[in-house]
Design a protein around this ligand. Structure first.
Ligand SMILES: *Cc1c(COP(=O)(O)O)cnc(C)c1O
Length: 369
């Protein structure tokens, strides 16, 4: 059996009629830049997340970058970010000229609020908690720390559309929530795409101008040195269709995660991404298991036709080209050696899940024998 890590062809097959119709409609209208499809998608996203505003931009990275610019964070400022995340979280901070201050995560892969508290200095202007793998970071203590120190919180919610914490949706708590519609995210377009959500009108207005080279299209006045970072109208047309399926897809993701859990929970030594706390409702953007056997484990799965993701094996802060510092983050260092993301998407078949479970069981039986 061959099981892909993601399978956009299956999604396309299921939605072909609607997606093709959207494509032809946009082509026939010649509607490529900031047309009704974009406005509609922004409304749908704001409704889904439960914020007043959503502003489409061209990637998750730009959502983070423009949030920092709109919040006037730059040279001389410090921004606290997790040591375990996708590199974009930290690169956005570097790009605005601020200093990223990395802190360790907890066993659920998300930023440790105690480490955040210890990292605060007079220069700290923001915290960027990342809701990794479909599970939200522990937001209450983070918001408390932010309020006490009068600093802002920007949520990197790129992996957690639909997740909640004490019933509060990801992307609705911080000054902004940052979203990515990279093809392999839970809500993926057919190219790069992103958005910010916010309840703050000033921030929404600023990002609307910034993404359009600072120009107010109604008056022609330039208000900022911005950039070109619109969410394509064509992508918005596709996302308008896909977002309607999102609640159903999230349920499927949860049921696949439950099947993995049931099948794998008896294997001693394999750590599963199931955390008992009731205040978190996860959406399983990824299903990340931890094996002490590291590459031996992930290579075995690949050898047996199962595409798995191990991009976190080398923590981003150890990549020399990024010129971050070489410090030790004990939890991040340990889990980087062990993590392995299994395939998980709504179109994954039960027999495929069962094959993956069986292959993992066999690996553990062999290695213990
Ligand atoms: C995908 C992702 C991003 C960046 O999104 P792009 O749209 O690829 O720029 C940022 N942070 C996290 C946690 C992500 O998963």
């Amino acid at each position: 059996m061959k099981i892909r890590f993601v399978n956009p062809q299956r999604t396309y097959k299921n939605l072909k009629k609607e997606l093709d119709a959207a494509y032809f409609s946009v082509m026939e209208k010649g509607a490529f830049i900031a047309q009704s499809e974009l406005a509609q998608f922004e409304q749908q996203l704001a409704d889904f997340v439960g914020t007043h505003y959503a502003v489409g931009v061209s990637s998750g990275y730009d959502a983070l970058y423009l949030s920092l610019i709109a919040a006037q964070i730059g040279v001389g400022d410090e921004v606290i970010v997790p040591a375990h995340t996708f590199v974009a979280t930290t690169s956005a901070v570097v790009r605005v000229g601020a200093k990223p201050v990395l802190v360790d995560v907890r066993d659920d892969f998300n930023i440790d609020p105690e480490c955040v508290e210890k990292a605060i200095t007079k220069k700290t202007k923001a915290i960027i908690p990342v809701h990794l793998n479909g599970r939200m970071a522990e937001m209450n203590p983070i918001i408390n720390i932010a309020q006490k120190n009068k600093i802002i919180v920007i949520e990197d919610a790129c992996q957690s559309l639909g997740a909640t914490y004490y019933g509060k949706p990801a992307g609705s708590i911080g000054l902004t929530g940052c979203w990515s519609f990279y093809p392999f995210k839970m809500l993926g377009g057919y190219g790069d795409g992103g958005a910010i959500t916010t309840n703050n009108k000033k921030i929404a207005d600023a990002i609307r101008l910034l993404r359009f080279n600072g120009e107010d299209r109604n008056t022609g006045e330039y208000h900022y040195h911005g950039c070109s970072s619109l969410l394509d109208n064509m992508q918005a047309a596709f996302l308008n269709i896909k977002i309607k399926y999102l609640p159903e897809w999230i349920e499927k993701r949860r049921s696949i995660a439950a099947r993995y859990h049931k099948g794998l929970q008896g294997i001693s030594g394999l750590v599963l991404p199931h955390f008992p706390e009731k205040e978190f409702d996860d959406v399983f953007q990824n299903y990340v298991v931890r094996s002490q056997y590291g590459n031996t484990f992930s290579d075995y799965l690949k050898l047996h036709g199962i595409e798995v993701l191990t991009q976190f094996r080398k923590p981003y802060y150890t990549h020399q080209g990024l010129r971050l510092y070489t410090k030790n983050f004990p939890v991040t260092d340990t889990l980087s050696k062990e993590v392995c993301s299994l395939p998980l998407y709504p179109e994954l078949k039960v027999k495929e899940v069962d094959y993956i479970v069986q292959t993992i069981s066999t690996f553990y039986q062999n290695i213990k024998a």
